[in-house]
Design a protein around this ligand. Structure first.
Ligand SMILES: [Zn+2]
Length: 171
């Protein structure tokens, strides 16, 4: 309980709170956008050159390539921002939950229960053991598939396209 209280206290520090809000926004949106993380160096350089290395919002030194709208990597959809302006934009894009929306409230309670849980509530929440668990699940799945395919071959039944694909992946 003490650890949880400490964690909650940390959440109220402005910089930690902001980092958590940004992570929350990303998680709720289905994870950090892949494209944002791996803009090709050439495009990156072109954006920095065009914007003279300056944040387009405040004119300070720009550090982040931002997708203005959607995920297009067209130059006109990209802009250079500084860290604080980029964070501000990410947070502005967050959806506000209205207190009267019960469904969302329940969802949010469940979500926070997952975040706050002392024991991970889902396998994928288990930061420390996830890689091991994942490997175990994969190997179980592969064993299961191998059994299935073997059974099919023994009984002379043809494999479906999908099974063939799994079969190829197994070896
Ligand atoms: Zn800025």
């Amino acid at each position: 309980m003490f650890a949880a209280a400490q964690k909650m206290a940390a959440y109220t520090k402005p910089d930690v709170a902001e980092a958590i809000q940004i992570r929350l926004a990303a998680v709720m949106a289905g994870g950090y956008p892949k494209q944002a993380r791996c803009i090709p160096p050439k495009i990156r350089a072109a954006v920095i050159a065009r914007d003279n290395g300056q944040c387009r919002a405040c004119g300070g030194p720009g550090t982040e390539i931002d997708h203005i709208n959607g995920s297009s990597e067209a130059l006109e959809n990209l802009q250079l921002l500084c860290d604080p302006c980029h964070n501000k934009k990410t947070m502005a894009g967050m959806v506000v939950v209205h207190p009267e929306d019960e469904k969302l409230q329940v969802k949010s309670l469940l979500f926070w229960a997952r975040v706050e849980a002392e024991q991970p509530m889902r396998i994928c929440d288990d930061e420390e053991n996830w890689s091991g668990q994942w490997r175990r699940l994969m190997s179980e799945r592969e064993d299961e598939l191998a059994r299935l395919v073997e059974d099919k071959i023994k009984n002379g039944r043809p494999m479906t396209k999908q099974e063939k694909r799994y079969w190829v992946r197994l070896f």
